[in-house]
Ligand binder design. Structure first.
Ligand code: BGC
Length: 337
């Protein structure tokens, strides 16, 4: 069942999506996932994503809690790129680089939306030519479907001029319901390689084998045991803040909190995901009066290669006029005994 539960100012609404297993609250402001309410193995319901009570905070703070991120997620070196022989300059909003679509990227835009049926909400946003410095009028649909224990998000984009696109969702998961940090969460990442970053968090173009490093999550491993290990890349990222390149095309990432019995499986058509252990959360106050600090959650940001425009010979983040960007990521929230 889907219903609009609150109409706020400026056309911003809260929308509740309910199934027998889950309640997911979303808003058309940045297509943000505000709540994911699920049972634990004893039947107790908790909210397993971080977020805010006040919309104001989503609009003014910088951590992208639950938000759809675009036009281009992650960093673009020095906020500068060339496309079809033309130069483009974007906002420098993260050290020397451009981050998450700029000052007013998609996370800060109000989408229009339509409730399609009992399971699906379709959000829509037209990002104008040169908005945040990117060329082309980009038409984006984000289709959120809740069926049983699975939330599926499909992103469909077209443009009237060649442009860049790399959309992700920036939910901060904590399957304990924020009763503890994520140290006792087991993570699985079906990935043989990860991408290295520089001290500003920018991908360098170097890929490393996960074997023999704290980045090997092919078998379930506790985040808490790994994140504290001595490793040059972990130090540079202040924890995990790195793209993992998938070695399979389904169920690539799994997060388990054994005590509550909660398990999240992420499946995507995208080639990698940035694992971010909330390294820069600063004690701000979120929902239920909880304070959010580093390691209080983990983001699994499915995407194309960050800074692909500078690192790939045929950048996968270029969307040509006439082409369709069509990617899907699903989140399955299960209870295991
Ligand atoms: C980035 C982090 C950044 C965070 C912003 C992540 O996707 O990789 O470096 O601090 O988003 O909240």
């Amino acid at each position: 069942m889907i219903e609009v539960t609150k109409k706020l100012e400026n056309g911003i609404d809260l929308i509740s999506m309910k199934s027998d297993d889950l309640e997911v609250v979303v808003t058309n402001f940045g297509c943000t996932i505000v709540k994911v309410l699920m049972k634990d193995k004893h039947g107790n319901i908790d909210d397993v994503v971080l977020g805010y009570d006040e919309m104001e905070k989503y609009a003014t703070l910088d951590a992208y809690l639950g938000a759809l991120v675009g036009r281009v997620a992650n960093r673009i070196k020095k906020g500068h790129f060339e496309l079809n022989g033309k130069e483009y300059n974007l906002a420098i909003n993260n050290g020397p680089n451009h981050l998450h679509g700029g000052i007013k990227g998609f996370s800060y835009q109000t989408f229009d939306y339509e409730i399609k049926d009992d399971h699906t909400v379709e959000f829509h946003y037209l990002s104008k030519h040169m908005e945040e410095g990117y060329p082309g009028n980009l038409d984006l649909k984000a289709i959120y479907t809740l069926e049983g224990d699975t939330l599926t998000i499909r992103y469909v984009g077209t443009t009237d001029e060649d442009t860049l696109i790399n959309i992700t969702n920036h939910s901060y998961f904590n399957l304990s319901g924020k009763k503890e940090n994520i140290y006792n969460h087991l993570l699985v990442m079906k990935a043989d390689k990860f991408a290295c970053v520089d001290p500003d968090g920018l991908t360098t173009g170097e890929f490393r084998d996960v074997k023999g490093t704290p980045f090997d999550f092919n078998e379930p491993a506790l985040i808490g045991e790994r994140v504290i290990m001595e490793d040059e890349q972990l130090k540079l990222g202040n924890g995990f803040d790195h793209p993992f390149v998938f070695n399979t095309d389904k169920d690539q990432s799994i997060l388990i909190h054994e005590e509550s019995g909660r398990k999240l499986t992420v499946s995507t058509t995208l080639p990698m995901a940035q694992i971010y252990t909330a390294n820069y959360l600063d004690g701000r106050t979120g929902k239920y009066g909880h304070q959010y600090f580093a390691r209080d959650a983990v983001c699994i940001e499915t995407s194309a290669l960050p800074d692909a425009i500078h690192l790939e010979e045929n950048p996968t983040t270029i969307l040509k006029k006439g082409e369709v960007y069509d990617e899907t990521t699903s989140y399955k929230f299960e209870v295991i005994k």
